[in-house]
Design a protein around this ligand. Structure first.
Ligand code: BGC
Length: 373
């Protein structure tokens, strides 16, 4: 029953997308040169495979349509992001799909867009503390964190007193809080009862009896264990933590790593420490390199966020807006100033047991992208 509903919904979405896409413009998908652009897409950086994946999925979705869309990257700079938005406004966009580099700093850019009458869709990351956001398309980020935490519990080597290393994303990204919150809610009872002992955060240790953390409490922990989403920073932190760790914080360990890019580097550090007997490490994004790590037994799991769905939702919404309709949403997120109507997508836990089914059979990747599958 549920499946059938999903199938019909998907069919309708695809139909709406193709009908309106054909009606909507004259230039090609990745467009840009000459004429006006209807939809502008701004992504945070080309330096992380996650966002290159998104760019590719946008291009795939637009291929063969006459829909005029331009995609720009902010390269980790809020100033560049604002400049990108202004460039797109000058090209006459009607809808802006934007994944902010820094959720607070992006408010100025989207306020400029709103002033121009543009509909703003926050993509994957929420833009915070402004009412200039119309919609939010996102994965269930609390579920991402919860899945990471649960995986560590279900796959730990020992039964009690297992060292737990915590790492988080960038504090400028609202998602980093959602991921951490989701993980903490699952892990905290197991920290409080001694199943895990925190190895690398005195702030987390202080809060080990508090299940529902305030934003400030989370900030204090994230401040200590942030990777800033930077794999090099993750590697340096992991090295520092292992150098400082006493013998009872080695052996079989569990590692909460926030995403694949940071997980691979942290895993390399733990994997090369002779006092680490075994480690379980999380990730997210199903990056190709991490899928290979999972096949090779160097990363334990990833959370697969099917970017094809997010792109379809964002573009479907944009098309509806251009068509004068109100996009369908499934809930809302408070961004500190307003409740932003949101469309949320589920996530899938992937490890070596289901990698083939979830990522190859679903045609997200080709078997030939990997060795030893
Ligand atoms: C995204 C993750 C990504 C991270 C770093 C988060 O906002 O949701 O998928 O790994 O940013 O770019």
């Amino acid at each position: 029953m549920k499946k059938q509903f999903k199938g019909i919904a998907l069919l309708i979405a695809v139909m709406v997308f193709s009908i309106v896409a054909t009606a909507c413009g004259s230039s090609n998908g990745s467009g840009g040169a000459g004429g006006s652009v209807s939809v502008g897409v701004v992504l945070p950086t080309k330096d992380e495979p996650r966002w290159v994946q998104d760019e590719q999925r946008f291009k795939d979705a637009l291929a063969g349509t006459n829909y005029k869309t331009e995609i720009l990257f902010s390269q980790g700079s809020s100033a560049k992001e604002k400049e990108n938005v202004e460039t797109l406004l000058n090209k006459g966009i009607k809808v802006l799909i934007i994944c902010p580099q820094d959720g607070d700093a992006a408010a100025a850019a989207v306020e400029a867009a709103k002033k121009d009458g543009v509909t703003v869709i926050a993509y994957d990351r929420l833009i915070t503390n402004t009412d200039a956001v119309d919609y939010y398309v996102t994965f269930d980020s609390l579920a991402v964190g919860a899945a990471q935490g649960q995986y560590l519990i279900d796959h730990m080597e020992g039964t009690s007193g297992q060292p737990l290393y915590l790492y988080a994303g960038a504090a400028t990204d609202n998602n980093a809080f959602l991921f951490f919150q989701g993980a903490w809610e699952v892990l905290q009872p197991k920290i409080a009862d001694g199943t895990f002992k925190i190895a690398n955060s005195s702030e987390a240790e202080k809060l080990k009896d508090t299940k529902d953390l305030s934003r400030d409490q989370m900030s204090s922990i994230i401040g200590q264990v942030t990777t800033n989403w930077d794999p090099n920073e993750a590697k340096n932190k992991a090295q520092t933590h292992l150098t400082a760790a006493a013998a009872d914080m080695k052996g079989n360990v569990s590692i909460l790593a926030p995403n694949d890019g940071t997980a691979r580097n942290i895993a390399d550090v733990f994997g090369s420490d002779s006092e680490i007997t075994s480690y379980v490490i999380t990730g997210q994004d199903a990056e190709q390199a991490s899928i290979q790590y999972i096949i090779d037994g160097k990363q334990s799991m990833t959370v697969f966020k099917d970017v094809r769905t997010l792109v379809k939702d964002a573009m479907g919404m944009a098309v509806e807006v251009l068509d004068g309709k109100s996009p369908e949403t499934t809930g809302s997120y408070n961004n500190g100033t307003a409740d932003i109507k949101a469309k949320q997508t589920d996530v899938i836990v992937v490890d070596k047991d289901n990698v083939k089914k979830e990522l190859i059979d679903s045609e997200y990747y080709k078997a030939s992208d990997f060795t030893g599958l």
